[in-house]
Design a protein around this ligand. Sequence first.
Ligand code: SAH
Length: 485
Amino acid sequence: MQKNDQFTVTITDYTSEGLGVGKTDGFAWFIKDTVIGDEVIAQATKVKKNYGFARVVRVVKKSPNRVTPACPIAGPCGGCQLQHMNYEAQLAYKEDRVYNNLLRIGEVNPDLLDQVFEEIVGMKEPFHYRNKAQYPISRDRNGRLIAGFYAGRTHSVVAAERCLLGVKENEFLLKTILAWMEEFHIAPYDETSGKGLVRHVLLRKGFRSGQIMVCLVINANDLPHKEELIRRLTCGIPAPAAAKHSAGEKENLKFSAESRNSIHVDSISFSVNRERNNVIMGTKIVNLHGPGYIEDSIGSIRFRISPLSFYQVNPVQTEQMYGAALEFADLKGTENVWDLYCGIGTISLFLSQKAKKVYGVEIIPEAIRDAKENAKLNGIKNAEFYTGAAEEVLPEWYEKHPKERIDVVCVDPPRKGCDEKALETILKMAPEKIVYVSCDSATLARDVKYLRAHGYELRHVRPIDNFCHTVHVEVVSLLQRLSSD
Ligand code: SAH
């Protein structure tokens, strides 16, 4: 088989990137936008020795799980890899991936795995769940100003003012900003020439507070005609659709204190980014309206979110995730807890309500600054935060406090998983419980294998769908110490 050859194939599996897998005479094909059970005519786009990539020419027989993507630009945008699958099939795919990683990479025996593996926690309404969106601003072929996303792995912008993952307000905010740009002849930034002003628009919404933030990332030190922008964004943008929510969407908005039919922006700022790079935010933020942040809450903990703050993007599912961490930790109020990779201290503060003491560590100094402020904002005094790499801070701390009893260690590492040095120190601390929050089940499985080989047993595995329609899946799991020496 060669490039451009066409063939018929039935999809029987998925890759971890969400591509469909089908075989012809034992040769594996990876095919985008296909569903298990589809029979498709495909055209080879790349042929390697043992496998190849192909694209769908025509679906001959549809899988019962195939649906027409709800978003008209799901294909070119590339942000959602799974919109052509119904939601149940998406959840099953994610569950299988976590299960198989723990089975194959983690070498957890199937009997145990079946015992501890819980059903994935999906969303009732898997759209409009993101509280944050960063839209590059550009012009389309007709010279019209657009806000959207970079298509696939390219740098051309696909207009997506009505992205179905973001909140409905985004569309109206973007329209207001683009109309202001058009009227005052404010140019979008052009990556090739490095000219133009507006690079990105960052939009955030507190689902519980209803507060909205707008931050323009610009290629200059000041924003022209800013007074007019502020006026337009704060005077109440009519947004009929924002007031009208579908039945399912109310789940996401049971959080929202708001049922306004016009949008008021609570925080407006700009960020200066004059570098010719593909980093979105500049480090300098100039506040134009409001206190410089919005507030939101997860459970009963309030958070201050400024333009540069990290904050989980799906608040509904984050609450499920932290709820699982709290449930698995099963704190009685006497425990000392470590929260590694703590970000802005969300899990630490969540756990501190039920623990004696919580220590958090995180590598980004600004996040630790936010964590400390958030602790203060909530009157939490039993949380202490350290800036640095977990694999350095934890061993140093342990050396100084070898006698201090640590009951629970919670980890929420980036995709590459926990550093071995961090895991070694956890073993020395010998906590009764390790709560492992993971955004990559392959590295979770690797670390579970290590911990199981060193005296811990897997007790719970609960996948959580935080990023519906994308290939990502979170997992909260519990490992418990076997011996009680
Ligand atoms: N638990 C937080 C954040 C989890 S994301 C929350 O739920 O919001 C993972 C975090 O690990 C990021 O904030 C990242 O900056 C941090 N990180 C990455 N490498 C690290 C390391 N070696 N040591 C400590 N933190 C690290």
